[in-house]
Design a protein around this ligand. Sequence first.
Ligand SMILES: C[S@@+](CC[C@H](N)C(=O)[O-])C[C@H]1O[C@@H](n2cnc3c(N)ncnc32)[C@H](O)[C@@H]1O
Length: 242
Amino acid sequence: MDPAARSESVDSVPPLVVRAWRAWHRRGPRYAWHKTLRRTLGRWPGMKRKLLYADPREYWTLRGGLDYFREQEGQEQRTRRAQWMARRIARYRPTSILEIGCGYGKQIRALRANLEAPITGVDFSATQLAMARAYLEGAERVDFALASGGRLPFADKSFDLVMTSAVILHNAPPLAEAIRREIVRVARRFAAHNEDLDVTYNRYGYDTAAWYRDQGINLLEVGPIPSAPYDSQFCVADLWPR
Ligand SMILES: C[S@@+](CC[C@H](N)C(=O)[O-])C[C@H]1O[C@@H](n2cnc3c(N)ncnc32)[C@H](O)[C@@H]1O
């Protein structure tokens, strides 16, 4: 996929009615209904969570890798945030990286520009992963797996650094807890997170740094991300030696 061609389409977004009509015809009623609910119900976040976010995997799959790509690539601050995190993570010189909830691969692309280590991207949504495969086609030492962060198909300590960027926050407490435990299990040295603190219909607003402190795990850094659009928190946990 040519990222420049995709970005071009970001600039010429037609009105909502036209998009809804196109969505209905091209991708069917379920997708069109989902998109309409996403764009409406703004004043009723409780109802929006119930109707739209009861199953996060379905939500991200219907939302789709290409749609998510267009939204994100249309916002310059998201790119700056991904680059900032990639540089920050590169300082730890990880020898291998797992990104849980890699979406269409924005963070992996930024990481690849800053370090040589092999990177694995995992996502529980097939549409997000399909977009990631296209977006990162030809990138070296990058591979993908379809899996839930709450149940990773990897042995203990398989990756030097495990990271999430806006992923744990999208999961209800039991699954969020399972993801954190899986991270601690499969990471060898570091866990790095960009998990915002605000609450919306699809964001639960967890304090990830506080969770590590509660587990008695040392934090190497914690603080906001410059120019982040939300109440951000970036932290890196020291998981070595245990
Ligand atoms: C907000 S997007 C972030 C994508 C990417 N990390 C980035 O920063 O651009 C959240 C992604 O996490 C995935 N995700 C959310 N919960 C997940 C889970 N429990 N297991 C695997 N993937 C998950 C979604 O499918 C979606 O692609």
